[in-house]
Each structure stands twice: as C-alpha cells, then as structure tokens.
Design a protein around this ligand. Structure first.
Ligand code: NAD
Length: 250
C-alpha cells in the first residue's frame, strides 16, 4: 500500500458484483481501500455489497455499505447521510452502476428505456446532487463516472438505451466539470470497452449457452492487444482520476 487515497472518503455506487468474480465497482472499492480510502458503497444487492465490504475489512481496510436503489432519490439521500454519519465527508464519488438492455428503438419497450435511463443517468443526477455540495464545502473533490465505449460508437449489437444513457453520462460529466471547477470539484469519465467481468460472462451465457470459451476468445482477438480488459484495469484508471495525482485532469 502506498496510500494514494490516504485520508479520502470515497462513495462508490454498485460495489457488489453481479456474480462471483470482479465487477468494476468491487475492484474499484477494493483498490481504493487498499490505497487508504474509507469506502462507502451503495448497492441494491446487499449480499453482493457485503461480500465486497468483508473482503476490504479482511484486508484491514475500512468500508460501510448501504442497500438502496440509485434511481430512487430518497435512497441516495439516505445513503449520503449514512456516509456522512460514518465518515464525516466525501472526497470522491464513483458513479459505477450501469444496467444494459439489448434492442434498438423498434424492438425496445418504453418501460425498459425508462428503467435504463433511471438507473444509468438519473442515478448519476441523484448521487452528484448529494455529493457536490459536500465536496464544495470540504474544498473540492473528484467525480469518476464509469460510462462505456458504447456511448461513443456502435459496438456490434443494438442496445440503444444503454448507448444513449452512456453518451449522456459523458456530456453530463463535462458539464459538471466546467461548472464546478472553480470550487475544486473535478469530473471525469472512463469509457471501457467490453470487459471480462461476471456481468459480461452471464450475458454471453444467455446468448451462447454454457460454453463461452469460443466467444470469449473471439472477443479477446478483437482487441488490438489480443486480450480484453477486466475490472482491475478500470479500477487502476479510476484511482488515478480519484486521487490528487490527476488534479489537473478535468
Ligand atoms: P455488475 O452488474 O457486475 O455490478 C453492478 C452492481 O450494481 C451490482 O452489484 C448491482 O447489484 C448494482 N446495481 C445494479 N442496479 C442497481 C441499482 N438500481 N441501484 C443500486 N445498485 C444497483 O456490473 P459491471 O460489469 O461491474 O459493470 C459496472 C459498470 O461498468 C456499469 O456502469 C457498466 O455499464 C460499466 N461497463 C461495464 C463493461 C463490462 O464489459 N462489464 C464495459 C463497459 C462499461
């Protein structure tokens, strides 16, 4: 441990993982705690969040969790209040929660469109609304948004609500970055490509059946380096953006 986030409090959404293994929120929370942050995690899946919390605590780190829906303003307000109660402030907000849905405008039903936008975009509105005033009162902070390359380009299959919500997240981040810069709050966005995570493995199994070795191999080969990224790759980018090392990156 080199203490890259020593004395920081990080509020991370989606610190569970949708299955065994490492989702990005879990990897981010674990790395941040290893580097000295006190981590507060919001997740709808209490057992998954507790698994991350226990992993962190077993390694000597500090983590509290809150079960709630990021799309519900009241849940986010209560989570932020619990974070302030536990740790006194917030320096870092990681907006990591994201859900997908396949289909283009013709196939997708309106309820799914609304749900994806409520979680992927309105959730960010709720967390930023809660965190920014706290960060500004404390002299600044860093918001790290986990978007997706799907927010910038076609990735081979229709997922219109996911793509549009992730694109909106990118611009929302830019907008907040400029508005709050003078008060010391930075906002940056990471756009991962397809990762080797439990969520992706589950999606692959739904599409290809239990044996996903071949589609995973094809996915690896589609990457210039011959291997797709994983949750830890995102965590290493996130810790740079969360820490003061990136104080001029906004
Ligand atoms: P994951 O599904 O493994 O983990 C997400 C966590 O968020 C879960 O613990 C889940 O319980 C929680 N969650 C979901 N909806 C919630 C809600 N409404 N309120 C509170 N908690 C909720 O996901 P992951 O694969 O680690 O992906 C995390 C982020 O990374 C997402 O924003 C995703 O869009 C983005 N991303 C992932 C990939 C990839 O290939 N896995 C690629 C690009 C971007």
């Amino acid at each position: 441990m080199t203490g890259r986030l020593k004395d920081k409090v990080a509020f991370v959404t989606g610190i569970g993982s949708s299955d065994a293994g490492w989702g990005t929120g879990k990897a981010i929370a674990h790395l941040f705690a290893r580097e000295g942050a006190r981590v507060f995690g919001l997740d709808l899946d209490e057992a998954a969040a507790a698994a991350t919390r226990d992993l962190i605590r077993d390694a000597g780190g500090s983590c509290e969790i809150f079960r709630g829906d990021v799309a519900a303003a009241g849940d986010v307000e209560r989570a932020m209040a619990a974070c302030l109660e536990a740790f006194g402030t917030v320096h870092v907000l990681v907006n990591n929660i994201g859900i997908g849905a396949s289909g283009g405008v013709v196939e997708l039903d309106e309820a799914t469109w609304d749900k994806v936008f409520a979680v992927n975009l309105k959730g960010v509105f709720h967390t930023c609304k809660a965190a920014i005033p706290v960060m500004e009162r404390g002299g600044g902070g860093s918001i790290v948004n986990i978007s997706s390359i799907t927010g910038q380009r076609w990735v081979g299959a229709p997922m219109i609500s996911y793509a549009a919500s992730k694109a909106a997240m990118i611009q929302m981040s830019r907008h907040m970055a400029i508005q709050h810069a003078r008060r010391g709050v930075r906002s940056n966005t990471i756009l991962p490509g397809f990762l080797d995570t439990p969520m992706v493995a589950a999606a692959m199994r739904r599409r290809f059946g239990d044996d996903i070795a071949e589609p995973m191999r094809r996915r690896d080969l589609a990457c210039p380096g011959g291997k797709m990224g994983d949750a830890h790759d995102v965590a290493f980018a996130a810790i740079y953006l969360a820490s003061d090392e990136s104080k001029f990156v906004n």
